[in-house]
Ligand binder design. Structure first.
Ligand code: GLA
Length: 724
């Protein structure tokens, strides 16, 4: 998988090849990333030309053909003749800001590396190549880590900087990934949006200049996602060369793409340099988070399949990697803050006979939390609402045959709380500046271990007080006024990153202390839906928008990188709280089944007919969740095209089963006849569709399946296919 020969480094996965070369003057050049090739030195593709205004490094002497400004770099620098997007910027004690790297060494490790305190794809399979570059003037080593997940066609990267010199340096920028392409005719797809409409794909051809998507909110954000695709202009689901890059990080990030002067392209991805400055004293090191790369020459479906499989099997950790996820009911949309134990029991009692296995108590159970203006930080049960605490409530839920889950928001504090009154200095605030509130709450300084320990201590006591199977870890505002009372002025540039490390640290501790608990991530829905979080939280609430039709769009965009088993999705009441739209219970079920599946409504109000439908839905999902969550996912249409329907399909790895889901848009008179071409089936097998008839796979894929005509808005249909 990893071949190293005279400064030439070739990484092979099953279907892709990645190559770099320590070339003239020790500069590490990127020679190739793409579909697998047999091997050999691809540096013949690098042309040497004397380009105007392209400066030459001193080692090149009179050789004007060598310039950093023209060469494809493996890890780009700045201030030394490369004017494209930098990956590394070091500030030396003399105030200069630049970086200059030369190859020194390499080593190969027989398993995939791990990163202390940071999320990473895991071994045991896989190999690691470490290439050591050095900036001699700064005294800094730059170790480039490459993890090769051969079977998954994933190459991961991470970067470790070590100050081996005698002087302190400041790291102003340290990207996780730099990828140069010798072509500019590419489309960039980013996944953007806002609260209640996250991860909508935006695709545009690159034009000269820089296009960047990122976040300085302290979280990966609703607005942009740390996942991007670069692809051929005509790439589609089933054809075309495409590259995906996912950053395993949940804080400020930047994914920037530059189409440069000679029609070359550079992608740089990593921690956002804004607000970032990391002093590195002699002997100290800094690790930039992991990024994962994937390439497919067969379009987006294959790209998604590779990310999905790798995330499911190599990022999400045991015991949840392959374990079936529970069908849950959450009380939030039904009650918001106004509930007591009896009201919760009413919801749980109506849900239990319908096959729902987990009851989740959302926000409002602790401190003086009757509105969103008080209580955050006080993680003890409000006994006025829940007399006898969890010790009394949980056994009653368990007696219904349900597990119990609980909502928390550990990173936050209300000023109206005991915690804030005791420790006002634990919240982020810039001395001399006014506060900035979000949802009437402040953000705790999770860069501080003492703060984390105190919050975690209280949470741990509560989580230990009863049998808890699930935790929803929420985070409901963007960071502002970030300044830590625990760090000196020259180290304030560390705080945003230390905050993320602090969140990871507490999540890891919770995983260790409560290994059986399923943690679902959340940030006002999908404000922190990224591959970094998935290392700790195997599923994430996809969006606060539970409207089934909006969810088609959100879940479609999310699916390009993230597997169905990670997308928190629930059936909620109508008219929908976000859109006012009413969609049938059947369609709401079909859409929520394209995720972790559950309900977020008071089922005691359900009519007899609705109850029957819900019972059927939970039974159907429970029976087929292996197929839905572990199957290969096919997007059969793009909801953003406003076609007559949105359709998707899951196919089991052995291709003997499939589930096809179709949701229509608004109904129109005299509708056309629509045939849906299925994907991923075995052409040679015959499939029974919903237990009736039997049709050869090739016919279903090439000729299609006749869809019924819709007689109402937002009708839906599900087809379960099994090979006979
Ligand atoms: C956020 C979450 C919701 C709910 C509320 C509770 O908005 O995304 O699901 O938990 O907080 O305050």
């Amino acid at each position: 998988m990893i071949l190293c020969e005279k400064g030439l480094f070739t990484l092979h996965t099953k279907n892709t090849t990645y190559q770099m070369k320590a070339g003239d003057y020790g500069v590490l050049l990127h020679t190739y990333y793409g579909p697998r090739v047999s091997g050999g030195d691809l540096s013949y593709l690098i042309r040497y030309t004397d380009r105007s205004f392209a400066p030459n490094p001193e080692e090149a002497g009179e050789n004007r053909l060598f310039s950093l400004d023209v060469m494809p770099q493996e890890y780009s620098t700045c201030g030394m003749g490369d004017y494209r997007l930098p990956s590394l910027e070091l500030e030396l004690p003399n105030g200069s800001r630049s970086a200059d790297l030369r190859y020194r060494d390499f080593r190969v490790e027989k398993c995939k590396y791990a990163l202390e305190g940071l999320p990473a794809f895991q071994g045991p399979e896989g190999e690691t190549l470490v290439i050591v570059l050095e900036d001699a003037a700064a005294g800094v080593d730059v170790e480039l880590y490459y993890g090769v997940l051969e079977d998954y066609d994933i190459i991961t990267r991470a970067v470790r900087l070590v100050n081996r010199g005698e002087n302190p340096v400041k790291v102003r920028r340290a990207a996780s990934l730099c990828l140069d392409f010798r072509r500019g005719n590419l489309d960039l797809i980013t996944f953007d949006g806002k609260h209640v409409l996250e991860r909508c794909p935006n695709r545009a051809p690159l034009v000269p200049g820089i296009r960047s998507a990122g976040s300085v909110r302290g979280t990966s954000s609703h607005q942009h996602n740390p996942f991007v695709i670069l692809c051929d202009h005509d790439a589609g689901e089933d054809h075309g060369l495409c590259y995906g890059a996912a950053l395993l990080y949940s804080g400020n990030f930047e994914a920037a793409v530059e189409r440069a002067q000679f029609d070359d392209t550079r992608l740089v991805m990593g921690i956002h340099p804004c607000h970032f400055c990391w002093p590195l004293a002699p002997g100290e090191s800094f690790t930039a988070p992991e990024a994962a790369l994937c390439c497919s020459k067969d379009g987006f479906t294959t790209l998604s399949h590779r990310f999905h499989r790798a995330i499911r099997e190599r990022l999400i950790r045991d015991p949840w990697a392959g374990r079936p996820r529970p069908v849950l009911i959450n009380n939030w949309e039904a009650t918001e803050f106004s509930f007591d134990a009896e009201r919760l029991m009413q919801i749980a009692e109506s849900a239990a006979p319908m096959g729902i296995g987990l009851f989740v108590m959302d926000d409002g159970w602790f401190g003086a939390r009757d509105t969103d203006e008080a209580g955050l930080g006080d993680w003890t049960v409000n006994e006025r609402k829940l007399p006898g605490g969890l010790e009394a409530l949980v056994p009653r839920i368990k007696a219904l045959g349900m597990d119990f889950g609980i909502w928390i928001e550990p990173e936050m504090v209300n000023e109206d709380s005991r915690l804030y009154r005791d420790h006002p200095d634990w919240a982020f605030q810039i001395p001399g500046r006014p506060k900035v509130r979000g949802r009437q709450q402040l953000v705790l300084d999770f860069s501080r271990k003492d703060v984390r320990d105190s919050v975690y201590g209280a949470l741990k006591r509560t989580l230990s007080s009863a049998e808890i199977s699930y935790v929803k870890w929420d985070m409901n505002r963007s960071l502002a006024t970030v300044w830590s009372a625990a760090l000196p002025p020259e180290r304030q540039g560390e705080v945003y990153h230390r905050y993320v490390l602090g969140v990871y640290d507490m999540l890891e501790q919770m995983r260790r202390d409560f290994p059986g608990i399923l943690i679902e991530g959340c940030s006002g829905g999908g404000g922190r839906f990224d591959a970094g979080m998935l290392y700790y939280t195997p599923q994430i609430w996809c969006s606060d928008n539970t409207d089934a039709i909006d969810r088609l769009h959100i879940q479609y965009g999310t699916s390009f990188c993230y597997p169905v088993s990670t997308m928190g999705a629930h059936v909620s009441a109508v008219p929908n709280a976000q859109t006012g739209r009413s969609v049938s219970i059947e369609t709401r079920g079909v859409v929520a089944m394209n995720g972790t599946f559950g309900y977020e409504m008071d089922l005691s109000w359900a009519t007899g007919e609705e109850q029957e439908i819900i019972r059927r839905q939970t039974a159907f999902f429970t029976e087929h969740r292996g197929l839905i969550h572990q199957g290969d996912y096919y997007r059969l249409s793009d909801p953003f095209q406003n076609g007559p329907y949105t359709a998707w399909e899951q196919v089991s790895p052995d291709k003997r089963e499939a589930l096809v889901s179709v949701v229509y848009g608004t109904a129109h008179g005299a509708p056309p006849f629509l045939d849906l071409k299925l994907k991923g089936l075995d052409p040679a097998l015959r499939y029974q569709v919903n237990g009736e008839g039997s049709y050869p796979g090739d016919m279903l894929m090439e000729a299609g399946w006749p869809l019924p005509m819709a007689w109402d808005d937002y009708q839906s249909f599900q087809y379960y296919l099994s090979a006979i």
